[in-house]
Design a binder for this molecule. Structure first.
Ligand code: NAD
Length: 495
């Protein structure tokens, strides 16, 4: 499949109901990670555009906050229909700009649809929950808890799951009655702008939804600092998340942060080895390992280690790496040169630190020359103090260590500054439950793939998150709570 030409991409900002060029006319170049080729020049917003977008969102908030949940649900369902109609194009842009194989890109579109559908339901339920009577020890007064939208929300998202990370914020924010300014990653604006166009086409009032592409420094930072923004929902690296939280402190706005991870998959000696291998492979190499939820630490019971490792290496070497549009390709490139160099640096440092490279480590022999491809890579005997073991690599790199006892496995998994997810593979149900409860992680999968249902929750412990997304928690992140206490009798009678 050939890349569409520049004219077929959306490249403008969407502010206050209109597609516009950035106020200063700047652009940012977007590349195809599978070929290194230039794809488009996309408008790069600045503080001027942020100002216009926040002003539009603040104006729109006055009326939008008065709409009923049922009205907002109708818009969310219209977005579902529009995304469904554009499914192929959204998946194509995702593969082109991010490098995900087509099948993975389709999964992301399904996730967007599922998320908007779920929050449409929740928006409808809000109409019953908005004024909730609370039982108090008084017959004289009536106490109510009201849930209200918190105001203009800034949604700042990364490049590794464009559209999905957007949907996880946007759907609950709109459902709650907030107006929003979305800031997609400057690396993957093409699918995000197509999604923005799908949203723009459903007739939301001007200013309810705004999308300002551009860099973190020029768009993200002024958005976070803006006094008109009442909530920042950020997904990205832990370092930038810390900066966001510090900046938000100046105006004391609410923040939700979804950050990095360094997660473990633990394979106990009673595990179904075929299942374990499938889960290790998916947890390490899906999206070329560019996942906050990558289970890049593989902890294996000593008894299973020799067989499991040999079979894991065999499987990794069979993974088809290449052009994301080619049939049968299972793993695409890393997202850009900077990411490619970063992961290569981690691999070289790992070797220098004494980790044993079992397979991979460089470009796959038959991958396209100019693309940013790295072969599935597996290390054993990784020193627990090394960066390879402790830092988020964000590439197709697995680090294996053996363990002798359940407690040792739990301790090693918990010995991390992060605490996003974990996977446990065991035939013993009681152990699965025990280990799941002992892990310092926000999501634990026991004998299951990394399935994420919008009805549940997303987020982690420690330096992985502040707050939670998805489920009712994701909606609550965009709400204020108001208590209203009233006299039950007319005032004249009670005095
Ligand atoms: P990043 O932190 O570099 O950028 C994320 C977003 O923040 C981008 O839109 C960027 O332009 C913007 N940004 C940069 N500097 C900013 C600033 N000073 N103020 C405001 N915004 C700024 O992250 P990335 O490289 O795009 O994404 C990869 C990271 O995201 C990884 O660490 C990964 O673990 C994390 N991530 C976490 C989750 C999760 O749910 N926990 C999900 C996906 C990705």
């Amino acid at each position: 499949m050939n890349a569409p030409n520049d004219a077929q991409f959306l490249t403008q900002l969407y502010i206050d109901g209109r597609w516009v060029d950035g106020a200063l006319g700047r652009t940012v170049a977007v590349t195809n990670p599978a070929t290194g080729a230039h794809l488009a020049d996309v408008a790069a917003g600045t503080a001027h555009d942020v100002e216009l977008a926040v002003a539009g969102a603040a104006r729109a908030f006055r009326a939008w906050r008065q709409t009923t949940g049922a009205e907002r649900a109708r818009y969310l369902r219209a977005i579902v229909a529009e995304v469904e109609a554009r499914r192929e194009r959204l998946a194509m842009l995702q593969s082109l700009n991010n490098g995900k194989p087509q099948e993975e890109a389709q999964t992301d579109v399904d996730d967007v649809i599922g998320t908007f559908r779920y929050y449409a339901q929740l928006a409808e339920r809000l109409d019953d929950m908005t004024d909730e009577d609370v039982s108090i020890p008084s017959t004289e007064y009536r106490a109510r808890i009201c849930r209200e939208p918190c105001g203009v929300a800034a949604l700042i998202v990364p490049w590794n799951f464009p559209m999905v990370t957007t949907a996880w914020k946007l759907a609950p924010a709109l459902a709650a009655g907030c107006t929003v300014v979305l800031k997609p990653s400057e690396i993957t604006p093409l699918p995000e702008l197509e999604l923005a166009s799908a949203i723009a086409s459903v007739g939301l009032p001007a200013g309810v939804f705004n999308a300002v592409t551009g860099t973190g420094a020029d768009v993200g930072a002024p958005l976070v600092a803006h006094s008109g923004v009442r909530k920042v929902s950020f997904t990205g690296s832990t370092g930038v998340g810390q900066t966001v939280m510090k900046t938000a402190a100046d105006t004391l706005k609410g923040v939700s942060l979804e950050l990095g991870g360094k997660s473990s998959i633990m394979v106990f000696d009673d595990a179904d080895v075929d299942l374990a291998l499938a889960l290790i492979e998916a947890g390490g190499f899906f999206n070329s390992g560019q996942m906050c939820s990558a289970t890049s630490r593989v902890l294996v019971a000593r008894k299973l280690a020799p067989t499991l490792l040999a079979r894991l290496v065999e499987r990794a070497e069979r993974i088809v790496v290449g052009d994301p549009f080619a049939p049968g390709v299972q793993m695409g490139p890393l997202v850009n040169r900077a990411q490619f160099e970063r992961v290569r640096g981690h691999i070289e440092q790992g070797i220098a630190d004494g980790a044993r490279l079992l397979t991979g480590g460089g470009r796959p022999a038959d991958a396209p020359e100019q693309g940013f491809f790295i072969a599935p890579t597996i290390f054993a005997d990784v020193p627990p103090t090394s960066a390879l073991w402790r830092d988020e690599i964000f590439g197709p790199v697995l680090c294996v260590r053996v363990f002798d006892t359940e407690q040792e496995a739990v301790d090693v998994a918990n010995d991390s500054e992060y605490g996003l997810v974990a996977t446990v593979v065991t035939a013993d149900e009681a152990r699965g439950e025990r280990v799941a409860r002992a892990l310092e992680a926000g999501v634990v999968w026991v004998n299951t793939p990394q399935l994420i249902y919008p009805q549940t929750s997303w987020g982690g412990y420690k330096r992985s998150s502040v707050g939670r997304e998805l489920g009712p928690f994701g909606l609550a992140a965009f709400q204020e709570i108001k208590q209203v206490l009233t006299l039950r009798q007319p005032i004249s009678q009670s005095i």
